[in-house]
Every structure is written in structure tokens, then in C-alpha cells.
Design a protein around this ligand. Structure first.
Ligand code: NI
Length: 160
């Protein structure tokens, strides 16, 4: 495994739209491991491929252990699509491409995501709260959308 370089705000790659993954091979699985390792090394809850300069529709996530359920959701999702959104939540959000910046961001409270794993198997995941926020934030990255674009106008100005 290897640590990858995380691109910071201002790098044009963060504004690009990533391409669907069509080849599920050992190289893709290795890249998924690297993405997860790089995210954990940087103490992030999510890291999308374009944030390391790779324009592929995939991201790693690990939102830690849920204190209520004891579940610890983490992994790598490929070609993710949000198929359900419910409710609304507003909470602190950050991004590894904006070190040290946290702003209140409004997102759906719960989502369902259809995706592949790195081997091409179909998955469907339900996320609520922090996990739902993470999924929405990372999928935005795949379309070149950054969380500062989701902030109130005042916060967005301050962030910039
Ligand atoms: Ni981010």
C-alpha cells in the first residue's frame, strides 16, 4: 500500500467531473486500499479519488464506530449513485482538501447509495446522519462539487 498526495483547494483537478470505472482489476483494488490508507493517515472520514488526482468515480469512507449501534461502516465505493434522499440535517463539515476548515452544511439526513465494490459486485447501502453526510460530500467530489459550494453565502465568503 502507499500514501497518495492529497490535492488542496485551488488544484484544478478538484473541479473536474470524474469518469465511471469500467475495469475492475487488481490495480483498482490496490488503488482502493491506497485511498483508504491515505484517508486514515490524514484522519479523514472520506476521501474521493479526484482528491488524489485520479478522475475515477470512487471514494473511501470510514466514519468511525456508531456509539448507538456499535457498527463501524467503512470501505470503498465505486460508481456510487444516490437513489434515495430523506430529511435534512445541518452540521459541521470539513474536507481533507481544505485542512482545518469546518462549516455548518445542510444535507439530507438519510440516503441510499447504489454502487459497486472494487471487485465489481453490486452493493446498496443505507446511511443516516454522519454516514449520509459523508456519502453526499464524497459523491459531490466526483462531480467536481466542493462543500464550500453548499454553504451559506456568508460562510462561503469566509471560507474562501
Ligand atoms: Ni472533501
Amino acid at each position: 500500500m502507499a500514501l497518495l498526495e492529497i490535492r488542496l483547494y485551488g488544484d484544478p483537478v478538484l473541479k473536474q467531473v470524474s469518469a465511471p470505472v469500467t475495469r475492475f482489476d487488481a490495480e483498482l483494488a490496490r488503488f482502493g486500499d491506497d485511498l483508504l490508507e491515505t484517508m486514515r493517515d490524514a484522519h479523514g472520514a472520506g476521501l474521493a479519488a479526484p482528491q488524489v488526482g485520479v478522475l475515477k468515480r470512487m471514494f473511501a469512507y470510514d466514519v468511525g464506530v456508531d456509539e448507538e449501534t456499535g457498527e463501524h461502516p467503512f470501505g470503498v465505493l465505486v460508481n456510487p449513485v444516490i437513489t434515495r434522499r430523506e430529511g435534512e440535517q445541518t452540521g459541521e463539515e470539513g474536507c481533507l482538501s481544505f485542512p482545518g476548515l469546518y462549516y455548518a452544511c445542510t444535507r439530507a439526513m438519510a440516503v441510499t447509495v447504489a454502487a459497486n465494490d472494487v471487485h465489481g459486485r453490486r452493493l446498496e447501502l443505507d446511511g443516516e446522519g454522519v454516514l449520509a453526510r459523508c456519502f453526499q460530500h464524497e459523491i459531490d467530489h466526483l462531480d467536481g462539487v466542493l462543500f464550500i459550494e453548499r454553504l451559506s453565502r456568508g460562510d462561503r465568503k469566509r471560507a474562501l
